[in-house]
Ligand binder design. Structure first.
Ligand code: CU
Length: 455
């Protein structure tokens, strides 16, 4: 048994020179992360140099050099993950967290990855997108025996090409991924100056089905997920991405949910520079502001952060920027509910409220009683009021004076005078309105809550 050190900010990889010969024959220790802090890795202490990625609300796994082989140790185990302040989930993950730590290495590295199974059932780890010998591909039952409970298996292969990859179980896959088992696998170019960017962010899209008031995801869910996360975090728990004006930024996104996510960045134009198949040639790129990341895909987008401000960065499916809600909420826009609620209470003593008369925006600022361990459906505050967001949403902050290499949140943007949309106080010409629009409240058809919406 190796002792498991508590992993805090800053890597604690042991240099090969510090490890005795006897220790090198043993399995390397498996560091664990205690929380959901974004831990910006230090420059690598040994091996080939590279520019580390910053895993959003995550960390990179330290390694040990053993006679020229980079050794990592993953432990598959039950974990507690804070989804956002106010909600934790009981998930399965690796080395103390879900997602597991990011594995970073360099093209040409010889890798040895130990996987210890502390789950209540067998597992196997597939190295998604990496080109390796068939027997190292990690498909339980097909390319290897499953890793039994309590056992450690070892994978050994060479990182043959640089790019953005991931790891996840290929054993009881639907259950184990629905429980949060996944991690990023980044192979850096052999020459650290190749494809160099100033900031290199990475995260995985993961979805859970956690009933309001509970802690453990349902694992037999096929499409009806209700917690939409980036690295098992939802807004406002997802850390801010920052850049200094003029810096070149890469953001790597991998999708291990069961639906596609159109990832949208405000204020900038980017190109898809890489997929899990490799780097996209310059001649094959085109400008975008949204890129759809399909199930099982990875996309690395690149752009110059040339516009100072606080820019929304989110999935464009509007129900993915919300937290858990009941599907059976009727649409009552245009319906005067003041008397309705009274009448409803006569019929249904438990009746409290339905969706608002003018939309759902009022819920962004509403203090509704929530079950324990449940986040508001729409939440977060900005400098101008409630943001009415949840799920797959965060802010990309570009500042002229953000120090290089500094990932701290600079606070809210100070807009130059006269550049914020504001109320018009002059004359407004009378607008023509559609005939009968003012009677809409009397004529609107209220659709009964139907079946579930499909994603
Ligand atoms: Cu989405």
């Amino acid at each position: 048994m190796t002792s498991r050190r508590h992993f805090l900010a800053g890597a604690v990889a042991l240099g090969a020179g510090l490890v005795s010969r006897a220790a090198l024959a043993a399995v390397p220790e498996a560091p664990v992360a205690a929380g959901a802090l974004t831990q910006v890795p230090d420059a690598p202490k040994d091996g080939r140099p590279y520019n580390p990625v910053v895993t959003l609300n995550g960390w990179s796994l330290p390694w040990r050099m053993n006679r020229g082989v980079k050794e990592f140790h993953l432990v598959a185990e039950p974990v507690v993950r804070e989804i956002a302040p106010g909600m934790t989930a009981r998930l399965w993950g690796y080395n103390g967290q879900s997602p597991g730590p990011t594995i970073e290495c360099v093209e040409g590295d010889r890798l040895r990855i130990f996987v210890t199974n502390k789950l209540p059932e067998h597992t196997a780890v597939h190295w998604h997108g990496l080109l390796l010998p068939n027997g190292m591909d990690g498909v339980g039952g097909l390319t290897q025996a499953q890793i039994p409970v309590g056992k450690t298996f070892v994978y050994e292969f060479e990182a043959t090409k640089s790019g953005t990859f991931m790891y996840h179980p290929h054993a009881d896959e639907m259950v184990q991924m629905a429980m949060g088992m996944m991690g990023l696998f980044i192979v850096h170019p052999k020459n650290a100056d190749t494809r160099r960017v100033d900031r290199d962010y990475a995260f995985l899209l993961a979805a859970y089905d956690i009933d309001p008031g509970s802690y453990v995801p349902r694992v037999n869910t096929m499409t009806e997920f209700n917690i939409w996360t980036w690295n098992s975090r939802v807004f406002p728990g997802i850390d801010t991405l920052v850049a200094r004006t003029g810096e070149k930024v890469r953001i790597r996104v991998g999708n291990l949910t069961m639906t596609n996510h159109p990832i949208h960045l405000h204020g900038h134009v980017f190109e898809v520079a890489g997929t899990d198949g490799g780097w996209v040639p310059k001649s094959a790129r085109w400008p975008e502001v949204t890129t759809d990341v399909a199930v099982g895909q990875m996309r690395a987008i690149e752009f110059v952060a040339d516009a100072p401000g606080d820019w929304a960065f989110h999935c464009h499916k509007s129900h993915h920027t919300m937290n858990a809600m009941g599907h059976a909420v009727p649409n009552l826009i245009g319906v005067e509910q003041r008397d309705l609620a009274k009448k409803m209470r006569k019929l249904l003593p438990g009746y409290t409220m339905a969706m608002g008369s003018t939309g759902m925006a009022e819920m962004g600022d509403m203090q509704m009683p929530l079950p324990e361990n449940t986040l508001p459906m729409m939440t977060g505050r900005g400098p101008f009021g409630p943001l009415e967001m949840g799920g797959m949403f965060t802010v990309f902050k570009v500042r002229d004076d953000q120090p290089r290499g500094d990932y701290r949140d600079p606070g809210w943007y100070t807009h130059p005078a006269g550049t914020v949309a504001s109320e018009w106080t002059g004359e407004v010409p009378e607008a023509a309105s559609a005939a009968g629009a003012s009677d809409a409240a009397d004529t609107v058809q209220v659709v009964k809550p139907g079946g579930h919406e499909h994603h």
